[in-house]
Design a protein around this ligand. Structure first.
Ligand SMILES: C[S@@+](CC[C@H](N)C(=O)[O-])C[C@H]1O[C@@H](n2cnc3c(N)ncnc32)[C@H](O)[C@@H]1O
Length: 332
């Protein structure tokens, strides 16, 4: 695939709004931003074009995305640095680059259009392909491995928690029955199995009934929520005072984790009732969005991926108090 194909395949979601939110922190000379979800580099290209002095470190766990984005961003020379990593490794990435902190972090969560379009990677329920779903195909368990190895209770749990699937019990039972004869290796087989598991009335409603199971498997295969739960606090910790973070989530489980971390930093940690809040308990973040922002109708019409986006952003006001830094390391 050519670089321009890559650019066309993925239109960055809420790009202008991300630039408005992060821009004030990135305008100072020598500013550095981490794009923790480089993908095809759409957001990064927008940032590098808009702010002529900024440098971007682009992280992705998908080696194919890094290759495509690096080719696309070659024109920016040493203002762009690609890094193959999982985004909860931000502290290690900064250590290796010798950077004490950054002025901005952008996270555009989930899968890219590239991953969805490449049928062979098994993310899309609409195309028959091997059930892989690893964002980094060089390591870890595939979706087919999860279906073969997890016991029924664990399958029910992931379908329920990560897919919010009402018929988790029925689907898990049929997976376990089916695999007694042979491993479930292809997305087409899984889609048929899901259709056969749910009541006829539910098959008619609410789009493809396989959507929720595929989401659940993808989250499990890539350990997405545990990684995100460590990554957002790590990304906040990486911000210098005055630095800003913007996170785009695409389902409520992600958004909840983001909301919790940003809200915790924007709230005093002092016990209630103190007449004056001691410096060590003052909020260290300021929220830049009221609630979660969504895309408007015009953008949704242009770019259907933006339909479910929830954008939250915050600015660092002061260093994280020492007692909270220790606590966030313990929960990480
Ligand atoms: C929605 S796409 C980003 C698209 C990008 N903003 C653009 O405009 O081209 C998300 C990217 O994040 C990557 N990704 C998802 N989870 C990750 C993680 N835990 N660590 C590193 N990269 C991750 C995926 O591989 C994918 O390429």
């Amino acid at each position: 695939m050519s670089t321009s194909d890559a650019a066309q395949r993925h239109t960055p979601v809420l790009l202008q709004r991300c630039l408005d939110l992060l821009g004030p922190a990135l305008a100072e000379p020598g500013a550095v931003m981490i794009d923790a979800t480089l993908g095809m580099g759409g957001h990064t290209a927008g940032v590098l074009d808009a702010i002529g002095t900024v440098r971007v470190i682009g992280i992705d766990r998908d080696p194919q995305a890094l290759d495509l984005a690096s080719a696309r961003l070659a024109r920016f020379g040493d203002r762009f640095t690609p890094v193959h990593a999982v985004y909860d490794e931000i502290p290690d990435v900064l250590d290796e680059l010798g950077l004490p902190g950054v002025h901005g972090v952008l996270m555009d969560l989930g899968v890219s259009s590239l991953q969805l379009d490449e049928a062979e990677r098994g993310f899309a329920y609409a195309q028959d392909a091997p059930l892989d779903m690893r964002m980094d195909p060089t390591r870890g368990r595939t979706a087919a491995d999860v279906l073969a190895e997890y016991d029924e209770a664990d399958l029910v749990r992931i379908l329920r928690e990560y897919g919010e699937e009402r018929f988790a019990g029925r689907i898990a039972r049929r997976i376990v029955q089916t695999r007694q004869t042979a491993r479930i290796e292809r997305s087409g087989e899984l889609v048929d199995l899901i259709r056969a598991s749910i009541p006829a009335a539910a098959r008619q409603k609410g789009g493809n009934p396989a959507k929720r199971t595929f989401q659940a498997l993808r989250i499990e295969v890539n350990d997405e929520l545990a990684v995100l739960g460590r990554a957002v606090p790590a990304a906040v910790e990486a911000l210098l005072v005055g630095g800003r973070i913007a996170v785009e989530s695409y389902h409520s489980l992600e958004d909840r984790l983001v909301k919790r971390t940003l809200a915790a930093g924007a709230t005093t940690s002092a016990p209630p009732g103190l007449p004056v809040v001691p410096e060590d308990h003052a909020p260290y973040l300021r929220l830049l969005t009221r609630g979660a922002e969504e895309a408007d109708e015009a953008e949704i019409a242009r770019n259907p991926r933006s339909q479910s986006v929830r954008l939250r952003a915050a600015e660092r006001l002061r260093p994280t108090p020492r007692h909270l830094r220790a606590a966030s390391r313990r929960t990480a």
